[in-house]
Design a protein. Structure first.
Length: 203
């Protein structure tokens, strides 16, 4: 790849941005927005929400007068969620606000563990899912997804990562995501899987 592809990320989550940049690598130039448009995530699926975010940024860049980036940037957006089988797939699209509108990561984990308090380990199956939406400068749209399966631990373990990482137990490595190093997580995580697929398309 001789010329770096300009990428506009439809997220303000610093943790996500860090992971995405590491996954995509050095052949991409990440552009800054002088302003971030308000996006209402009211879709019924992860894909719908990701598309809403991607289109909002695409239209913003298309109409913007002041931006560090030329308008001809590829827009990437994702929506991720934790789906717990014993809870009928919840929290799903509500993963970020599972414990309420102003909740934090700890609040969400506490609520999840409380709901699963009397559930046996073998019935605590869960999966992380990420849907990535790519919008090219000509408006064409593509979607890819990444999924990783595991279990919900009985208590938080580890201090790395973010979100539900401390309670998401990955059997193959016998650790929660929060016990993994950033390098380990970026090899196997749902977000890494999805963005690696996106990278192939962009490359």
């Amino acid at each position: 790849m001789n010329k770096k592809i300009k990428i506009a990320l439809a997220t303000q989550n610093k943790n996500k941005i860090k992971e995405i940049r590491k996954t995509l690598g050095k052949n991409f130039k990440f552009v800054q927005l002088y302003k971030f448009p308000k996006i209402i995530e009211n879709g019924k699926t992860l894909e719908e929400n990701a598309i809403k975010k991607a289109k909002a940024i695409f239209n913003f860049l298309k109409n913007a007068q002041k931006t560090v980036a030329p308008h001809l940037s590829v827009v990437l957006a994702d929506d991720s969620g934790l789906e717990v089988k014993a809870l009928g797939g919840k929290p799903g699209i509500y993963s970020a606000r599972f414990a309420g509108k102003r909740c934090n990561y700890s609040d969400n984990n506490k609520k999840l563990l409380k709901l699963l308090k009397n559930v046996l380990y073998k019935k605590r199956k869960a999966k992380f899912k990420t849907v990535v939406v790519i919008i090219f400068p000509d408006g064409k749209l593509k979607t890819v997804e990444g999924v990783v399966s595991g279990y919900i631990a009985t208590q938080p373990k580890g201090s790395n990562g973010f979100g539900y990482d401390p309670v998401f137990y990955y059997p193959k490595l016998k650790k929660t995501f929060a016990q993994l190093t950033a390098i380990q997580k970026n090899r196997i995580s749902h977000r890494a899987v999805a963005f690696k697929k996106a990278k192939k398309i962009l490359s």
